[in-house]
Write a protein that binds this ligand. Structure first.
Ligand code: 5AD
Ligand code: SF4
Length: 501
C-alpha cells in the first residue's frame, strides 16, 4: 500500500470497506513509480493513468462514469472547481449536476459555521447514494479540510468518504484521484502551506464567455473574526506575465469578461521579486485583444490606492463596480476587527471614487453582532449604509470561528440581539438598493447575456457592466453576446428589459 506522507498534517489512511473492483485494477505500484517529479508533467502523467482506470470502470458499468463537483463559498472556490472539473472531464467523466453520480466532490467553505453544517448534512444524503452504487467515490476539498478538527470528525464518523485534500494541494488532484481509485482506505492529504503555483492545468469553464482568473492566493490580513488566513495561508501573487498569458489565451478562446480573483487584490504584487501594483496589472489586462469587461474581487479598503481609483476613470473596459467590504461602520469595532481603517477613512474613499467615477456601483460585506458591538456601534454601521447608499450588500451574522482572536473576545453578542439588528440592516440595505437601481430605468445599456432564464424559456438573463441582472426576451443564440437592452422596469434586485423598446 502506498503512503503519501508529506509535510504539514501529512497524509493518512483510514480503512474503508474492501471493494473488489478496485483490487481488480492491477498492480498500481510499478506504473506509478515512473511518474515524473515535475509539474505539470506529473499531473499529465496521472491524468493518463486515471484515464485508463476510468475507461476500465466505465466498461464494467456499461456507460461513461459521471461526476458532480459542488462548490460552496466564494468565487475562488468556483474557479478551483473549474480546474477539478477540467481534469475529470479530460480523464473521461461526464459532468452532471446530479449528486447521484459515480464521483462526487464537495469543494467546501468554512468562513461561517453554517457553511460547515451544510456539508455534514449533505454528506448524509451522499452516503445513501453510495450504498446503492458500489462504484461511487466521494471526495472533499477546500477550506474546511484545512481544519484539523474537521478531518478528525470525518475520520471518525464519515468513513465512507474516499478522499480528503486541502487548499494548498489542489494542483495534485490528478495524482490523489488516481491513488484514491487504487486504495481501499480513506486517503487524506492536507498541507499547511503552498509549495508551488502550478500553471497550465486543464480547466472546464462553467461559461464559455466569462472566466475567473486567480491573481493571488491566501491572505495576510488576519481580520480578527476571519478564518481565511488560517485555511488559505499567506499571500502569494502570481507573476503578471503568467496571468496575462492566461487571459490572452482565454480571450482567444472567446472569453469576453474576466474576473481577477484574490482575497485582497489591492495588495497584489507587493511581494513579487519585481513588485508591481494591481492598478498596473489592470492596465496591462485592459490592452488584451478581444476582452470587453474586466472585474475584480475583493478589495480591502486599507489598500485601495489613488492609482486604482484612477484606473476606473481611465480604462473603459474595467467595469464601474467596486466591492469594498465595510464589515462595520463603527471605528471602535473596526479597530477590534483589525481592519486598519476607520469610518472616516472609508467614507473619504467612497467620496474620492465618486468624484472620479460618479456612477460607480458600490457593493459591500457587513458583519452584524461582532463581539462587544453596542447599539451605538450598530447605528454607526447603519449611518455608513445611509451615507454610501450601496447598490447591494451582503450582510452576515457574526459567526464564531475557533482559533481566531475574536472567538475569545469578551461580550459575545446574544443571538436575539444580533438577529434583530440584522433585520434592521437588511431592511435599510434592500430599500436603498431598490432606490439606487431605479436611476437606470429607461436607459439603454449593454448587457452580456449569460443564460436562458430558468423560469421562463422565452427570456434570457444577463448582466450590466455594473453587475446588475437583467431579464429580457431572447433566445439561446444570444448567450455570450453583449447587446444593447432598454431597461423598461426595475424590480428592485433586477431589471426587466427589451431589445427594441
Ligand atoms: N462571521 C461572519 N461573517 C464573516 N465573514 C468572514 N468571516 C466571518 C465571520 N466569522 C464575512 C466578511 C467577509 C465575507 C467574505 O465573509 O464580511 O468579507
Ligand atoms: Fe478574511 Fe480579512 Fe483576509 Fe478578507 S481581508 S479574507 S476578511 S482576513
Amino acid at each position: 500500500m502506498q503512503t503519501a506522507m508529506r509535510k504539514g498534517t501529512g497524509a493518512s489512511y483510514v480503512k474503508l470497506p474492501f471493494r473488489k473492483e478496485m483490487r481488480e485494477m492491477g498492480n498500481e505500484n510499478d506504473n506509478l513509480k515512473t511518474a515524473p517529479a515535475k509539474e505539470p508533467e506529473r499531473t499529465f502523467f496521472f491524468m493518463e493513468t486515471a484515464r485508463q482506470y476510468v475507461a476500465d470502470l466505465a466498461e464494467k458499468k456499461g456507460s461513461p462514469l459521471t461526476c458532480c463537483v459542488v462548490t460552496f463559498g466564494c468565487q475562488m472556490n468556483a474557479r478551483d472547481s473549474e480546474k477539478i472539473r477540467g481534469i475529470l472531464t479530460e480523464i473521461g467523466f461526464v459532468d452532471t449536476k446530479s449528486e447521484e453520480a459515480d464521483f462526487v466532490l464537495y469543494n467546501t467553505c468554512t468562513v461561517r459555521e453554517n457553511a460547515n453544517n451544510k456539508v455534514y448534512g449533505r454528506l448524509g444524503v451522499l452516503h445513501g447514494y453510495k450504498k446503492k452504487n458500489p462504484l461511487m467515490r466521494i471526495a472533499l476539498c477546500g477550506c474546511m479540510m484545512q481544519e484539523a478538527h474537521v478531518v478528525e470528525k470525518l475520520k471518525e464518523s464519515y468513513s465512507f468518504v474516499d478522499l480528503i485534500f486541502g487548499t494548498h494541494n489542489l494542483y495534485r488532484f490528478a495524482e490523489l484521484f488516481t491513488k484514491m481509485l487504487l486504495s481501499d482506505r480513506m486517503l487524506i492529504e492536507v498541507l499547511e502551506g503552498r509549495e508551488e503555483i502550478v500553471e497550465d492545468l486543464p480547466t472546464k469553464r462553467t461559461y464559455s464567455f466569462k472566466s475567473g482568473v486567480n491573481i493571488m492566493f491566501g491572505c495576510n490580513n488576519f481580520c480578527s473574526y476571519c478564518i481565511v488566513p488560517y485555511v488559505r495561508g499567506r499571500e502569494v501573487s502570481r507573476e503578471p506575465k503568467e496571468i496575462l498569458r492566461e487571459i490572452e489565451k482565454l480571450a482567444q478562446d472567446g472569453v469576453k469578461e474576466v474576473m481577477l480573483l484574490g482575497q485582497n487584490v489591492n495588495s497584489y504584487g507587493k511581494n513579487l521579486e519585481s513588485p508591481v501594483t494591481f492598478a498596473s496589472l489592470l492596465r496591462e489586462t485592459a490592452k488584451i485583444d478581444g476582452l470587453e469587461r474586466i472585474r475584480f474581487m475583493t478589495s480591502h479598503p486599507k489598500d485601495l490606492s489613488e492609482e486604482l481609483m484612477d484606473v476606473f476613470a481611465e480604462t473603459k473596459i474595467v467595469c464601474p463596480h467596486l466591492h469594498l467590504p465595510l464589515q462595520s461602520g463603527s471605528s471602535r469595532i473596526l479597530a477590534k476587527m483589525n481592519r486598519h481603517y476607520d469610518k472616516e477613512h472609508y467614507l473619504t474613499l467612497v467620496q474620492k471614487l465618486r468624484e472620479r467615477t460618479p456612477d460607480i456601483s458600490l457593493t459591500t460585506d457587513i458583519i452584524v453582532g461582532f463581539p462587544g458591538e453596542t447599539e451605538e456601534d450598530f447605528l454607526e454601521t447603519l449611518d455608513v449604509v445611509e451615507q454610501v447608499r450601496y447598490d447591494s450588500a451582503f450582510t452576515f451574522l457574526y459567526s464564531k470561528r475557533n482559533g481566531t482572536p475574536a472567538a475569545s473576545m469578551p461580550d459575545q453578542i446574544e443571538e436575539e440581539v444580533a438577529k434583530e439588528r440584522f433585520q434592521r440592516l437588511l431592511e435599510a440595505v434592500q430599500r436603498i438598493a431598490a432606490e439606487r437601481a431605479e436611476r437606470l430605468t429607461g436607459q439603454t445599456l449593454p448587457v452580456l447575456v449569460e443564460e436562458q432564464n430558468k423560469q421562463d424559456a422565452s427570456l434570457v438573463t444577463g448582466r450590466l457592466a455594473n453587475n446588475a441582472v437583467v431579464h429580457f426576451p431572447g433566445d439561446a443564440s444570444l448567450i455570450g453576446q453583449i447587446v444593447p437592452v432598454t431597461l423598461t422596469e426595475c424590480k428592485g434586485f433586477y431589471y426587466v428589459g427589451s431589445r427594441h423598446a
